[in-house]
Design a binder for this molecule. Sequence first.
Ligand code: ASP
Ligand code: MG
Length: 416
Amino acid sequence: MRVFKFGGASVKDAEGVKNLVKVLNETGHEDMLIVVSAMGKTTNTLERVIQNYFDNYSEFKNSLQEIHTSHNEILSQLFKTESHPIFSKINNLFIELTTFFSSNKSPDYNFVYDQVVGFGELISTLIISAYLNEIGIKNQWLDIREFIKTDNYYRNAKVNWKATQALISKQIKTNTLNITQGFIASDSNNFTTTLGREGSDYTAAILAYCLNANSVTIWKDVPGVLNADPRYFQNPQLLKEISYREAIELAFYGASVIHPKTLQPLQQKEIPFFVKSFLNPKEDGTCIGKSKKIDPLIPCFIVKKNQVLIELSSLDFSFMLEENISEIFQLLHLYKMKVDVIQNSAISFSVCIENNYNNLNKLVLHLKAKFKVICNTNVDLYTIRHYNDNAITQLEEQKTILLKQIHNETVQIVTK
Ligand code: ASP
Ligand code: MG
């Protein structure tokens, strides 16, 4: 059996849903499990709803209504009559969501977030499943929360592989077409959890692993994995083949086309992973798999915008040694900073970090009590895998270089 995953961009409107059907008709859809994300930017809007619920209640209703309206529009373009049961099914989900908000007593932002944000996936999969059934592609809708079990670390829950494997092997039929949600799961109390933003690829990988799938295909708005992000680099080239190891490295350094957690389960069972364009489903795209080499072997550019470079030195001219460095790392962990690059010399220690949780001011204040601190915000971190001189020169052109580090086949450059 095969696992397909369609992301939010592929089903952003009624046209997108119809295009999904076109893809299925071209690829066939026997013995298949399809994972679907929330439509378009729904997850971002739901994040806004949650923010408003906590901090800006006057906007709360409007933001929720925005989501309801946009889905109603898609529904009315896909189904001829409003008497189709899907209309009341979707309406009921919105009632369920409103009821959750009005009865919720938990002040825990992360808990509330997870109970709410996955409605985007529930809605999109119900619509798509109903539409496919309507046009004669018979399928089974599954609530993935009944199969993927996690701990209760809300917003970035960790999979309980044993429980998940048992539920999936026992209850998911592979000789049929199944449609289900990415991103969400549930904890041991059956509360909804999420696997982290953009986590639907990971869901596809979990299912493929537990079902021993023949392949996983992620349908994107790009032709496959490119050697550079087209938003920031001109003339990106398609990578036709990559090894699991290379793909894991690219994802680790921030290549946004692959979710970092996705590859390890697939590598373990050597399940081939394809990244293809939903606009040109017949094209090969990229294949990530066993005994593949990177082809073509060209420099790969990854950029992370808006990072922070912190340079630390001791206040008393003492060396930056184990003791200081371990203290710095404790603080980085405390303030949930994601560390991208570190570099140290005898008297200074630099770290390039991602300030995802808005804790930078607190961190700097804390560090200043112990160290001399220079903090550069809004810097860009470039990584080049398989670099050559030409690639570095091209990248450094017209930029101020704040830090540069070369190891094996990788160079990392922090610029302003
Ligand atoms: N809808 C979720 C998100 O946008 C999950 C996903 O798309 O992978 O983060
Ligand atoms: Mg999404």
